[in-house]
Design a protein around this ligand. Structure first.
Ligand SMILES: *[C@@H]1O[C@H](CO)[C@@H](O)[C@H](O)[C@H]1NC(C)=O
Ligand SMILES: *[C@@H]1O[C@H](CO)[C@@H](O)[C@H](O)[C@H]1NC(C)=O
Ligand SMILES: *[C@@H]1O[C@H](CO)[C@@H](O)[C@H](O)[C@H]1NC(C)=O
Length: 355
């Protein structure tokens, strides 16, 4: 090759390389300070401890992940997905807890789910156990702040979280929830085959939920594993998109474009877990799920820092420049902010090259 061709080629490669390397790196001083603040996607400063609550008679077996350090922490009640074990979420729980949160995750059933109503009533009993039970399980110098109690769940557990917030349990709630997070929530197998009690009526902003909501969806959740099988794990019409449509402001929506319904789980979930994972389309072979787990954990933290502690910095950073801050690609990202009417919602969608 002639040198006069090689030189532009090298320069071109250099620019390509440079642009790849430079993308996540801030270019100016002011950007740098923003990046330093955006730490929700990195492990926090607390050391998480993983335990159970067998001695304090919880209504269901529980996994409890909390900081080792003395203090008072907000509490997240997290409901597992269909046929999943609460322990399969340990990585995400530890990540969230490292930012100063206590995660309580009941095992609502073993393998085969009961009716929606039965599962919901069990979840309500666990919630009602918290005021006395949490005090009993936690060491003396660690306290759960039940004035900052979030309701969350993955998949069918996301449905359970929304149904609880909608007051559909037959067991009356003795705690107040202050925030709600769904991780690829699924409310049935299709628009006409919803879990009962039904939560969706396919009308914009129709949920009577007044607490702030964040919904994390997956880009591959509505795709089949094999193109010949029409069944998907998070079917359109009963998944995150429709649930976002029906939630009232303040409500935000984040979609992890390149990940699937089960990619939030730990890597090591045993043979039964692998079987459960195999029926859902997920990230490709060799693709790390760590960016997905950190993105989900980081959104939990940013959202709760905003609505529990009044610090909107990181939450708004993610909403405004999702692909600058989050380790997994987020698209679309939408925010129904307080004061907007439901008919005039604007979608914020930030392509990766927009900054
Ligand atoms: C809000 O959060 C940011 C990012 O974590 C932090 O740098 C800032 O100090 C916080 N602001 C207040 C008032 O606590
Ligand atoms: C829940 O909120 C209601 C209405 O604000 C209040 O009356 C009640 O005392 C609260 N319950 C608890 C357990 O904090
Ligand atoms: C998103 O909505 C929340 C809740 O109303 C609001 O506080 C926040 O400023 C909004 N953020 C952006 C970036 O629009």
């Amino acid at each position: 090759m002639e040198t006069r061709l090689v030189f532009p080629l090298v320069m071109f490669l250099g620019i390509l390389l440079e642009s790849n390397l430079v993308l996540p790196t801030p270019v100016s001083e002011s950007d740098h300070s923003v990046l330093e603040q955006a730490s929700v996607f990195e492990t926090g400063k607390f050391h998480p401890d993983v335990g159970t609550a067998s001695s304090c008679s919880p209504p269901r077996p529980l996994l409890i992940v909390r900081p080792e350090e003395q203090g008072t922490y907000p509490v997240i009640l997290f409901h597992h997905g269909t046929g999943c074990k609460n322990s399969w979420y340990t990585d995400v729980f530890k990540f969230i807890s490292s930012h100063g949160y206590i995660v309580v995750a009941p095992q609502l059933y073993e393998l085969m789910p009961p009716s929606g109503q039965r599962e919901l009533d069990r979840a309500a009993k666990v919630a009602n156990w918290l005021p006395s039970g949490l005090r009993c399980v936690l060491p003396e110098n660690i306290e759960g702040d039940l004035h900052n109690l979030a309701l969350a769940g993955h998949s069918r557990g996301g449905y359970i979280a929304f149904a609880l917030a909608l007051g559909l349990a037959d067991v009356s709630l003795e705690v107040n929830f202050s925030a709600l997070i769904g991780v690829d929530p699924v409310a049935g197998t299709s628009k006409t085959d919803q879990l009962k009690p039904k939560i969706l009526d396919h009308e914009s902003c129709s949920f009577s939920i007044s607490i702030p909501v964040a919904i994390i969806g997956t880009g591959l959740g509505n795709k089949p594993v094999f193109p010949i099988m029409p069944k998907t794990c998070a079917p359109d019409g009963v998944s995150h998109t429709e649930i976002f449509n029906e939630c009232k402001p303040p409500c935000s929506h984040f979609v992890t474009t390149d990940y699937g319904h089960m990619d939030v789980l730990d890597d090591d979930i045993g043979p039964i877990g692998e079987l459960a994972r195999a029926v859902c389309k997920g990230s490709g072979w060799g693709v790390s799920r760590d960016p997905m787990r950190k993105t989900v954990g980081g959104i939990f933290v940013a959202f709760l820092e905003a609505f529990f502690k009044g610090n909107y910095t990181e939450y708004n950073n993610i909403l405004q420049k999702p692909n600058y801050f989050a380790p997994a690609t987020l698209d679309p990202v939408q925010n129904k902010s307080e004061g907007t009417s439901c008919s005039s919602l604007s979608a914020m969608s930030m392509p990766a090259f927009a900054f």
